[in-house]
Ligand binder design. Structure first.
Ligand code: PA5
Length: 422
């Protein structure tokens, strides 16, 4: 199970420490569904709600995708994309799985061309994911890849290669799927996009890539059960209460860092989760991310020496599946032979300690989040931990962590401006 280490944050608050009574109240508000946005709290139930039949249907669709080609183009944006992308980057394409390419998360023709080039003439299927079915970026992305699919295979064969994940009954995508006979999967009504990775939204692309979704679901169910503990021992309380206390002390920016480059898209998923959930009504911690060691040589300057408005949350993995011993060099031109024979992991552990100490000394509180391993279990732990912590933290902040009214503003403008072309 995830462990939270607050030793690097303790120097930044007084003896009273984090407000666990407020965390308890926020947790209660969430579980009793008595707070704002209670209609969108179905995500903790996803692992126990998914039936064996539905899981089998997801795995059967994944097997068909694997049999039909080498690539699955996943079309979606925001919560309909980042969870699957985070899982794929963290866990990788497994044996027997297809490569995932992602589209529809922007309007860049350049990026679209790159994706089409990477696809090449390989056989492929499409999983279009949109709860509303009306989001412009994925709608256009889908239109483009469906066109390529139909040109390659003809309309009838193409319709067997399209899988739509959307609302159970409403929306343009659902209607199109019904008409064309595409297989559909459901984004549950009571689950918002950024909390949907443990539904078909994330599970179908993961399964297609060969990721073991049975383990993800089993571990997530266990994890949500453990995280229901009502005590300051609960890592979600520790994380939520610590970041809220630090926020009140002027640490308005939280940097999520990890020393594993494979974590990069997980950090993007986290940024959406926390940014969209908390940044409203003029309050909220700004979520940023860094990739260490690389960013120590760029953002490291700002973290060490810039405005003291930062807190840092560092994710680490207890076990790594890889290791590499530093080779000895006869001439020792770089003077590093004293490290020869040491595992890169050992050296990285020392570097992590050195960075932590330097940043704390520089006025940046440090929260440690330790995960078991970079595998299906670790992924499930990260998802459950960050999602529940976000809900608790959001209620502690006094906002509704499940809506996103601010996202509508640009959409209204864009559709008004584009509407003039009608
Ligand atoms: O978390 C959210 O609700 C958003 O990020 C949505 O997932 C995103 O805007 C995409 O919406 P839709 O799935 O309706 O296309």
């Amino acid at each position: 199970m995830i462990k939270v280490d607050l030793s690097g944050a303790v120097p930044f608050w007084d003896a009273a420490g984090p407000d666990y009574a407020a965390a308890a109240a926020a947790h209660r508000t969430f579980s009793e569904k008595s707070g704002e946005g209670a209609d969108f709290t179905g995500w903790t139930e996803l692992p126990q709600r998914v039936t064996a039949f539905e899981l089998d249907r997801i795995k059967a669709a994944a097997s068909r995708i694997q049999a039909m080609g080498d690539v699955l183009v996943v079309v979606g944006i925001g919560g309909s994309y980042l969870g699957a992308r985070a899982a794929y980057d963290l866990l990788g394409q497994k044996e027997g799985g297809v490569e995932l390419l992602f589209a529809g998360c922007g309007l860049s023709a350049c990026s679209l061309e790159d994706t089409i080039r990477r696809l090449g003439d390989r056989d492929f299927c499409i999983n279009v994911v949109s709860k509303s079915g009306t989001t412009l970026e994925p709608a256009l992305g889908f239109r483009i890849f469906k066109d390529l699919l139909e040109k390659k295979y003809g309309r009838e064969e193409a319709s067997k290669r399209i899988f739509a994940t959307t609302d159970a009954v409403r929306g343009a995508l659902k209607s199109a799927a019904n008409e064309a006979g595409w297989e559909t999967f459901v984004v549950p009504d009571d689950v918002g996009g950024r909390y949907s990775v443990l539904s078909a939204v994330g599970l179908l692309p993961m399964a297609a890539a060969g990721i073991d979704v049975d383990t993800v679901i089993r571990e997530a169910e266990h994890c949500f059960r453990v995280l229901d503990e009502r005590s300051p021992e609960n890592p979600c309380w520790q994380y939520a209460a610590a970041r809220q206390l630090l926020y009140r002390r002027g640490k308005t920016i939280e940097i999520l860092g990890c020393y594993e480059p494979r974590f990069r898209m997980m950090a993007e998923w986290w940024k959406q989760l926390y940014g969209e959930s908390e940044g409203k009504q003029g309050v909220g911690i700004f979520p940023a991310s860094v990739e260490f060691n690389a960013d120590l040589h760029s953002m490291g300057q700002y973290i060490q020496d810039g405005p003291r408005t930062l807190m840092e949350t560092i994710v680490s993995f207890e076990k790594t599946s890889s290791s590499y011993l530093v080779p000895r060099e006869e001439k020792d031109a770089d003077g590093l032979n004293y490290l020869a024979g040491h595992d890169l992991n050992e050296i990285a552990a020392v570097a992590r300690q050195a960075v932590k100490a330097a940043h704390i000394a520089g006025g940046v509180p440090n929260i440690g989040v330790q995960v078991s391993a970079m595998d299906e279990k670790g992924f499930a732990e990260l998802v459950c931990f960050f999602e529940l912590s976000c809900a608790i933290s959001g209620y502690m902040l006094g906002i509704n962590p499940f809506d996103q009214p601010g996202v509508e503003a640009y959409k209204k403008n864009m559709f008004r401006m584009l509407g003039q072309w009608k």
